[in-house]
Design a protein around this ligand. Structure first.
Ligand code: HEC
Length: 217
């Protein structure tokens, strides 16, 4: 009984000392358990700093940093002769016509160089789920990610702008990637997806004589 009473009184003292003083003000300095965490030596944004040659605290972004956000290059944006050539170009920026329907075609020049860029970005951002051939057999498949196979008639028939929109905003279980890929990179990927679709859907007769002999068909 004695032990029970002691525990009971202690519990009441604890509860009152923790909750009893809530809301009351005190003129005493607050207790700092970790003063070095409360008051850290740190650099403030946009402040001066004599350590760096340019005198700025904020450091410029290192070269080859993965871009997030939009297509704008901040050095260009703040230069006097900056001109935004794609502002308001809804086909390029959103893959849509001004009336909201999906754009068919490429608002960028579909060059071989762009296609190679698309291949590189596809292998980084899409192949894990969709597979390198775009058949939906990515390394994540055994873990239950059922990514679309590009080689079905529905996806062969959709507009180029639709593919661009899926890359940008996602679809169903797939997340959008517009914060990681510039519009140009997204168009490059669309171009590469088209090439993948063609690679699985061509007739031998469409190849040149030399190519056919080379492949033995
Ligand atoms: C994390 C896995 C994942 C990644 C990464 C991913 N996808 Fe997907 N994607 C999916 C899944 C899952 C679906 C099926 C979505 C649904 O219908 O619910 C899908 C669907 C699609 C579709 C078909 C949309 C439709 O109308 O059915 C396209 C096209 C597509 N993805 C393209 C891409 C491209 C291009 C990339 C790279 C830029 C990419 N995806 C990256 C998982 C992924």
């Amino acid at each position: 009984m004695k032990i029970f009473l002691t525990i009971y009184v202690l519990a009441i003292v604890c509860v009152v000392s923790i909750f009893g003083f809530r809301g009351s003000t005190s003129k005493k300095e607050p207790l700092e358990v970790f003063p070095d965490m409360d008051r850290q030596a740190r650099y403030k944004p946009q402040a001066e700093n004599s350590f760096f040659a340019d005198g700025r605290n904020d450091r410029p972004v290192p070269a080859n940093t993965v871009a997030r956000g939009n297509y704008l290059n901040y050095d260009e944006v703040f230069s006097a002769d900056f001109e935004d050539t794609v502002l308001g170009n809804s086909a390029y920026l959103y893959g849509k016509n001004p009336d909201g329907s999906f754009y068919q075609g490429f608002p960028v020049e579909p060059t071989n160089e762009l296609m190679l860029k698309g291949q590189q970005k596809f292998n980084i951002f899409c192949a894990a789920c969709h597979g390198e051939a775009g058949d939906g057999n990515g390394v994540t498949k055994p873990y239950g990610v059922l990514a679309a196979n590009y080689h079905d008639d529905r996806l062969r028939g959709v507009e180029d702008g639709y593919l661009y929109d899926v890359i940008s905003n996602g679809k169903g279980l797939m997340f959008g990637l517009k914060d990681r890929l510039t519009p140009e990179e997204r168009w490059a990927i669309v171009l590469y997806v088209r090439a993948l679709q063609r690679s699985q859907n061509a007739e031998a007769a469409e190849l040149s004589e030399t190519k056919r002999t080379e492949l033995g068909i």
